[in-house]
Design a protein around this ligand. Structure first.
Ligand SMILES: NC(=O)c1ccc[n+]([C@@H]2O[C@H](COP(=O)([O-])OP(=O)(O)OC[C@H]3O[C@@H](n4cnc5c(N)ncnc54)[C@H](OP(=O)(O)O)[C@@H]3O)[C@@H](O)[C@H]2O)c1
Length: 308
């Protein structure tokens, strides 16, 4: 197989940056990377990470996932408009009690996380169909499988992404186009910093005292512990994304964090939904000591896995 052109969205930081840099530095030089971001003023960290590959196997272009014209302009600028692999990564987060979130903010989140994907796919799919080849790789989340309290809107956007891809994958396969949902658990990036910063500033006067207290005193410390214990680096997610891209038969779904899998497995173990509901409820509200002990064990396992 010759060199494949990969278009990655959201490369100013985090997972997108790591995926773009990792692909560009591929030892077999299998990829030409079109690393895109909405604000080219933020290109510094990517240029640094790309090192010698900059302007050789990696070029940086502007692309705003919320603007069809910007997407078209970017794809039109590529020779034959050819995108062999799309890595749809751009995304934003949002946490907090629903009563304190505006519909405008919710729509903005969907505009990036879901409609951004729809816009990108609409732009590249017809060419992929004509060529009868392509791979659509989408940065989803474990929250696209299993919702989590105070992540209602973010989780809904990732469920939308999952439903979209699951439906599209069947049609795409007819044209020899592969679809893969990469599902990371917690990853330590700007994403985490931004959602916590927003959470600290959040005006909780729109909700009742008990909910505000649960958010501040139970959810936020819980969530920070999960990130500290189970969080992966963007480079780890990038490595696994490359494995998915180079697989002979790429999977429809790939969870990047083995330690998080027991949480998502609950969903499939009980079609009534009671098992995950009860487990999350107890973990968060009833069994703080069990929760802490479980994280301790998982942290140990994480270290062992890391050593291998
Ligand atoms: N971090 C996690 O725990 C985690 C877990 C599971 C899944 N994910 C998913 O992984 C993806 C990447 O997140 P990350 O953790 O790497 O966060 P990040 O460091 O905040 O990166 C997000 C990227 O998306 C870009 N972006 C946002 N809106 C955009 C738009 N309209 N057009 C183009 N780019 C846009 C951001 O650009 P700006 O710099 O301009 O804002 C940034 O480059 C997201 O889809 C996220 O949902 C993250």
């Amino acid at each position: 197989m010759g060199t494949r052109r990969v278009l990655v969205t959201g490369c100013s930081s985090g997972i997108g940056l790591a995926v773009a840099a990792r692909l560009a530095k591929d030892e077999f030089k299998r990829f030409k990377v079109v690393a895109t971001m909405r604000d080219l003023g933020k290109r510094g960290p990517l240029e640094q990470a790309a090192g010698d590959s900059l302007n050789k196997t990696l070029e940086i272009k502007q692309l705003d996932a919320c603007c069809e014209d910007s997407i078209r302009e970017c794809v039109n600028s590529l020779p034959d408009r050819r995108v062999d692999i799309l890595v749809n990564n751009a995304g934003t987060g949002m946490i907090g009690p629903l009563e304190c979130q505006s519909i405008v903010d919710m729509k903005e989140l969907f505009d990036t996380n879901f409609f951004g994907l729809a816009r990108l796919v609409k732009e590249v799919l017809p060419d992929m169909k004509r060529r009868k080849s392509g791979h659509i790789v989408v940065m989803s989340s474990v929250m696209g499988i299993q919702g989590l309290l105070f992540n209602d809107v973010y989780s809904a956007s990732k469920f939308a992404v999952e439903g979209f891809c699951e439906s599209l994958a069947v049609q795409a396969l007819k044209f020899n186009i592969k679809t893969t949902l990469v599902e990371p658990g917690p990853v330590v990036t700007e994403f985490e910093r931004k959602v916590y910063e927003d959470a600290e500033k959040m005006d909780l006067s729109g909700t009742d005292e008990e909910t505000a207290k649960i958010f501040r005193e139970v959810y936020l410390p819980y969530s920070r512990k999960v990130f500290a214990s189970l969080g992966q680096t963007p480079e780890e997610v990038a490595e696994q994304t490359v494995e998915v891209i180079t697989a002979k038969q790429p999977p429809l779904r790939h969870q990047t964090n083995r330690l998080y899998m027991p949480m998502t497995a609950l969903k499939h173990a009980d079609p009534t939904g009671r098992l995950p509901l009860d487990t999350f409820y107890k973990m968060i509200f009833k069994h703080d000591s069990v929760f802490n002990a479980t994280l301790g064990v998982l942290r140990m396992l994480q270290k062992r896995v890391g050593k291998k």
